[in-house]
Design a protein around this ligand. Structure first.
Ligand code: GLN
Length: 533
């Protein structure tokens, strides 16, 4: 029978609930269990695909083309499993399903209500995740904080699951904050007490409290929490601030969170296989070299907007025992009269990641031109590839007004065009070219050198494509088309001859990078950047 772990949060948001859920998952996997993870987000968008990255952070794309919350990226990086459309459920998705069913007549005769119709739909999503994945343990994170109006239906649904499945099959982890108050110089437990009580008001008794604390809380604080929250001292876990998020699972392991869960589930406590992860931590805490990579984009004010890209850069750095310092460059600022040699003074490599709309693109194009002309290792991703094509068409091939149809619908020189199968699409949500598509790689190219493979599968999220009408001209001037999707005849990877390392791809390699398994394209780029030092 599948077992269920639920992770809720209280006091404040941004406590690292996603990291906690991921860490628990990693430890249970290390003990030999098959794990599946999912996140419930209480907002009403059907998915985060239409949200501004500056508000919401990056949109993480699963292999099956689901646009999801960035926490899914943490999940995949920690447990190294590919998640899918059952892994991210929003209120929008739930309500839409229920309303569609009502219109279809599925509830004929009934008054459709929050309980049981919405809550049943939520429970179905939890059970479906267990059935379709065949996991021993499903870990479900509830977004937001307990007490939010929006998340009440989710809390009620998991209360029902606790009642239906019983204590030996469900485990509730509540993440809270234990603040340190300067002046009185002590840790305060009251916010956690209140938050656990809120949860109790909804009928949920939590089995374990994970406290975000600046340092080890100590026996006294734990005893106090235990008394007021009715949770044994052993089940109160400190989540101490760490330099690197990948240390969190090891901290929890030392406090035995996985053992507590397995005991409640009456499951065997197999030996934990954490060797790879321990090596990783050892490596990360002893990085020998440092380089600077400039990330040029328009959402740089919120680093989470490029979370997977930043992580992928760091992962590749780990492989070469090198710390990656990211120089966050706001592309819009480059549009003014700035001295690029100053901006990129300490930079060994430049990356232009994905994006939408025309704000800041001329600044990105300037940075690409600089990388090309100064022979600085370059990696372009999605929009970054499209802009590399535009820059090359304009400044090398003499097509001065070259652009993308995304920026100018009536352009005479659409080197980047709307994909044919996108032309009739009206709705914006969930209609991009999403998820895994195959790409064939040409031999004797940078791409082949990175992948050592002729066929790859990578995740996509775009509406526009390279316009093949321009291929011969660009080839003639030195652009190499090293990756092609043969079925749709789409350009997937471009590179430049006469350059140290200039490569750009239409897909998003960052989603497949793992700390213990860096992505080949990022490895190639970081290696070239290190050599450039
Ligand atoms: N805006 C571009 C497109 O839709 C690039 C998308 C992206 O970078 N993810 O094709």
């Amino acid at each position: 029978m599948t077992k269920y772990v639920f992770v809720t949060g209280g006091v404040v948001s941004g406590l690292g609930k996603g990291i906690t859920a991921s860490s628990i998952a990693l430890l249970l996997k290390a003990r030999g269990y098959k794990i599946f993870m999912q996140k419930f987000d209480p907002y009403f968008n059907v998915d985060p695909g239409t949200m501004n990255p500056i508000q919401h952070g990056e949109v993480f794309v699963t292999y099956d083309g689901c646009e999801t919350d960035l926490d899914l990226g943490h999940y995949e990086r920690f447990i190294d499993e590919e998640l899918n459309y059952t892994s991210n459920i929003t209120s929008g998705k739930i309500y839409k399903t229920v309303i569609d069913k009502e219109r279809h007549g599925d509830y004929l005769g009934a008054t459709v209500q929050m309980v049981p119709h919405i809550t049943n739909e939520i429970k179905n999503k939890v059970y479906e995740a267990g059935i379709s994945s065949g996991a021993d343990i499903v870990i479900t994170e509830i977004g937001g904080t307990v007490g939010d109006i929006e998340s009440q239906a989710f809390i009620e649904a998991i209360r029902q699951i606790q009642y239906e499945k019983g204590q030996e099959n469900t485990f509730f982890v509540h993440c809270t904050l234990v603040p340190f108050i300067y002046g009185s110089d002590e840790l305060k437990t009251k916010p956690t007490q209140n938050s656990v009580r809120d949860l109790r008001n909804y009928g949920i008794h939590c089995d374990c409290i994970v406290c975000r604390v600046p340092f080890d809380s100590g026996e006294h604080i734990k005893q106090k929490l235990s008394l007021f929250c009715s949770v044994p001292v052993s089940n109160i876990i400190d989540s101490v601030d760490v330099k690197n998020i990948y240390e969190v699972p090891i901290n929890y392991y030392k406090q035995g969170i996985d053992v507590i869960i397995l005991k409640q589930f009456n499951l065997p406590i197999n030996k934990a296989n954490l060797a790879l992860w321990e090596n990783l931590i050892d490596n990360v805490s002893n990085l020998k070299e440092e380089i600077e990579i400039s990330l040029v984009g328009k959402y740089t004010e919120l680093h989470d907007a490029y979370l997977s890209v930043a992580e992928a850069l760091r992962h590749a750095g780990y492989a070469y025992h090198t710390k990656i310092n990211i120089n966050w460059v706001d592309s819009e600022k480059l549009e003014e009269n700035v001295d690029l040699s100053k901006v990129f003074k300490n930079t060994q490599g430049i990356i232009v990641p994905g994006g939408f709309g025309n704000r800041g693109i001329e600044g990105m194009i300037k940075a690409i031109k600089y990388a090309r002309e100064k022979n600085i290792p370059f990696l372009g991703i999605c929009l970054g590839m499209q802009l590399s094509v535009i820059e090359f068409a304009r400044n090398v091939c003499g097509i001065h007004n070259a652009t993308s149809k995304e920026f100018d619908e009536n352009t005479q020189e659409p080197v980047i065009d709307l994909m044919a199968d996108q032309k009739a699409i009206v709705n914006k949500g969930g209609t991009l070219r999403l998820g895994n598509y195959e790409c064939n790689i040409k031999k004797n190219t940078l791409a082949y050198n990175d992948y050592h493979q002729e066929k790859i599968l990578e995740r996509h999220r775009h509406r526009y494509e390279f316009n093949n009408k321009y291929m011969d001209l660009l080839k003639e001037k030195g652009m190499i088309f090293s990756g092609i999707n043969k079925k749709a005849n789409l350009v997937e990877i471009i590179e430049l001859s006469n350059h140290k390392h200039f490569i750009a791809c239409q897909f998003h390699p960052e989603f497949k990078s793992r700390p213990i398994k860096p992505h080949p394209l990022f490895m190639g780029f970081i290696k070239a950047s290190i050599d450039n030092k």
